[in-house]
Design a protein around this ligand. Structure first.
Ligand code: IMP
Ligand code: MG
Length: 188
């Protein structure tokens, strides 16, 4: 069984598997069905905007399960004041290629933690005059929210632990694991 082999090969700094490949696939299909239903009568393609890098696997799985017309775009952002955990307005390292004014847009994020990234992103996107703006996050650490963000599609609620896999990393490690694992707390 997939789960057994995943356990056997779990790296020593990973504590346990939180979400298996099968659970993830099933949930992503459910989210795709909701999105297909919501946009079934829409004429212009939905613009999926993935927030790099963490969302790239979620976005590629989700988009391949969409039957509605859609296009894929990406942005890269960083928080102002990169030292420590200082929060603030996000800065664009790379902006969308599509013009999002007057369009249906779905922001696709890996995880909602403090909510800072999505709070500012939705504010900036709305100011550009999107027709309809929604957000999909793969994971939600609801205990950690500091900013109020309206997220339409949520994959899974998870506890306040550091997770890796399915796009999420620890210092660029473990991003391409097919499952989501909890890490043992790290010193830095
Ligand atoms: P925010 O605090 O909601 O703005 O989230 C900031 C970013 O922190 C997320 O987009 C992730 O890239 C990253 N992040 C937060 N928690 C985790 C985690 O458990 N694993 C990997 N990345 C995380
Ligand atoms: Mg991210």
């Amino acid at each position: 069984m997939a789960q057994v082999s995943e356990r056997q090969t779990l790296a020593p700094d990973l504590k346990k598997i939180l979400l298996t490949e099968d659970e993830i696939s099933k949930r992503v299909s459910e989210l795709a069905s909701e999105i297909n239903e919501k946009y079934k009568d829409t004429q212009e393609p939905l613009i999926l905007v993935g927030v790099l890098k963490g969302s790239f696997i979620f976005l590629s799985d989700l988009s391949r399960k969409l039957t509605i017309p859609h296009v894929v775009d990406f942005i890269a952002v960083s928080s102002y004041g990169s030292g420590g955990d200082k929060r603030g307005e996000v800065r664009f390292l790379m902006d969308t290629r599509e013009n999002i004014t007057g369009r249906d847009v779905l922001i696709v994020e890996d995880i909602l933690d403090s909510g800072n990234t999505l709070y500012y992103l939705t504010k900036i996107f709305k100011s550009r005059g999107t027709k309809n703006l929604e957000t999909a996050v793969f994971l939600d650490k609801s205990e950690r929210h500091e900013m109020e963000v309206d997220v339409k599609y949520i994959g899974f609620e998870i506890p306040d632990v550091w997770v890796v896999g399915y796009g999420l990393d620890y210092k660029e490690k473990y991003r391409t694991l097919p499952y989501v694992a909890e890490m043992y707390p790290q010193k830095d």
